[in-house]
Ligand binder design. Structure first.
Ligand code: NCD
Length: 340
């Protein structure tokens, strides 16, 4: 093992276990990217840096308290797809940091009058925002838009490709509950094929040294599963055995063309997370779901509401902290006091 590998591994372990800020090698910025378009390609140290920064905001994000370091900066939320928690939490995050936040209602905009994505990008760019948060139904649309603007762009979910802030908030939730990410066994269950949440989580958990299982019927598993370095299971019984974390996913019907499961009833029977299936996991298993939840389809109410295991509400809370961290980190070059 080379020195570099050794250093990476030590940092990865330390970062996964403690909330202390990660320090990059001298002269290198801890997060040297203009945008956050995906988790794929981020180094473990960069992920740890975002999580550590978010940790600093978790639990203490009171709107009235503390400084507002991003006062005077503008954040535009451009959502081409429906959203409840992601949009709200980006807006709250920006406001808590003092930003001027504007959320763009696509249904009421010129986009419905035939304007192209790139024309929209140029129009928004001319308004000189500092951060653009974008959700779009097509994989790759957010990266395309990022090429046309001069500000930081955060991907809030593009098609079935990536949803980086969801994976970060999931990681922060796990790290706070379990004290680490490295070495944990995480089962991601349900509609993997259409899920950007699954994809971002797989990249993040792999980078941080967790063991990843995907549990789904063959019709809901992407063809490139092998390339993603995950263990594949078709039965909840095997997939959940002794795992530390179970992440449940909704059937993403809006991205399906045709029927991928015979019926929701049958899907629930085989893949719905019920107390008896959960009993296969470790006694201290953590149950997660990015929302929106479909009770009685991918998860039983008894499991979703069981606070001994469910971290679903905490995920939403960590979402604000993670988004504050991302807005903070991506605007540091604009704040002379923070320029690293
Ligand atoms: C997810 C999304 O939009 O990809 N939701 C979210 O951001 N909280 C998952 C989903 O819609 O099922």
């Amino acid at each position: 093992m080379s020195d570099t590998d050794g250093r990476t591994r030590r940092k990865r372990d330390r970062g996964a276990r403690t909330p202390a800020p990660a320090s990059p090698p001298p002269g290198r910025k801890p997060f040297p990217h203009r945008d956050l378009l995906g988790i794929e390609g981020l180094a473990a140290e960069e992920i740890t840096f975002l999580l550590d920064t978010a940790e600093g905001y978790a639990g203490s994000a009171r709107p009235a308290a503390g400084p507002r370091p991003l006062t005077g900066l503008t954040q535009i939320n451009l959502f081409f797809e429906a959203s409840t928690r992601t949009l709200m939490s980006f807006e709250i995050a920006g406001k808590r940091l003092g930003m001027d936040t504007v959320s763009f209602a696509v249904a009421a905009s010129s986009i419905k009058k035939g304007e192209t994505l790139l024309d929209t990008a140029q129009t928004l760019n001319a308004m000189r925002p500092d951060v653009l948060v974008v959700r779009h139904a097509h994989s790759g649309a957010v990266s395309l838009l990022a090429e046309k603007v001069h500000c930081a762009v955060i991907n809030a979910g593009d098609g079935r490709h990536e949803h980086p802030t969801q994976a970060l908030l999931d990681a922060l939730t796990i790290r706070r509950r379990k004290g680490r990410l490295a070495g944990l066994t995480v089962a991601i269950c349900g509609d993997i094929t259409h899920s950007r949440v699954a994809r971002s989580n797989i990249h993040l958990l792999a980078a941080m040294g967790a063991r990843i299982r995907v549990v789904a019927p063959p019709t809901l598993l992407p063809r490139d599963c092998d390339r993603l370095g995950v263990e594949v299971h078709h039965h909840m019984r095997d997939g959940l055995a002794d795992c530390d974390v179970v992440m449940m996913l909704r059937l993403q019907k809006e991205r399906m063309q045709g029927a991928f499961v015979p019926s929701e009833r049958e899907f629930y029977h085989f893949y719905g997370l019920t107390p008896d299936k959960l009993a296969r996991a470790r006694r201290d298993v953590l149950v997660m779901h990015p929302g929106p939840m479909n009770r009685g389809v991918e998860i039983a109410t008894a499991v979703a509401d069981d606070l001994a295991h469910s971290a679903i509400e905490e995920q939403v809370e960590m979402g604000v902290a993670v988004r504050m961290a991302c807005l903070d980190v991506l605007t540091r070059h604009l704040r002379p006091d923070m320029a690293a």
